[in-house]
Design a protein around this ligand. Sequence first.
Ligand SMILES: [Zn+2]
Ligand SMILES: [Zn+2]
Length: 273
Amino acid sequence: MPPPDPEPLPGLVDAHTHLAACGGRTEEDVRAILDHAEAVGVQQVVTVADDMVDARWAVAAAHWDERAFAAIGLHPTHAGDLTEDARAELEEMAADPRVVAIGETGLDFYWTTRSEDCADPAVQRDAFAWHIDLAKRSGKALMIHNRDADRDLLDVLAAEGAPETVVMHCFSGDREIARECINLGYVLSFAGTVTFNNSAELREAALIVPDGQILVETDAPFLTPHPYRGQPNQSYCVPYTARALATLRGVSDEQMALILGANARRVYSLPLR
Ligand SMILES: [Zn+2]
Ligand SMILES: [Zn+2]
């Protein structure tokens, strides 16, 4: 059962979602998801691609509805798909004005040992480096996925040279990693995980992020915020996590929402609605 609607908050943006995986296959489905989100104050969303089929779809969705923007790239687990043809196609997509970020890219060492289909660490590193370069050349934000790879991920970024805007999607590190990312000027995006009972360490990290470097996201359909964990997530659930961040950081819910929304619009260069 989907969670109930939260009380609305003003000016929010879902900084990372997967509209197609939320059941938004058609133009009508996408509009319904975004209408629902807008009714509780979530005005814009960034829908993120995992693979080539998803990337083409994300660009199309971003053209269907003015509230949707796309991030295109190959998820690290799909890094083996980065053929010459895929590179050429992604470069073309990156030039589309509705594409606001390159990714999700990065490193995922959780699935390397658990799935035979997952790309090897070396293949992931090469693909990550290519995506970093594409972000720099296209002037778009770099949307980072990191699972069990903190040190390696920061090392690759340092070696390649980070683009101007780096978004650490679904930030999952501890206070030390957060401090390192903050000092490098990266933006930390928090998903429903920050509300989970067993996430005390992550909340410590969320507490030290400066106002200008924090985002909120759903990563829907996954990571539904507490107390709805395990139920289907969608962009309309953003206010739950935004409120949790407000409580944690000791500011009003409205103030937190305005900070989070303004940051997303700056990071992705979104128009004001
Ligand atoms: Zn991810
Ligand atoms: Zn994601």
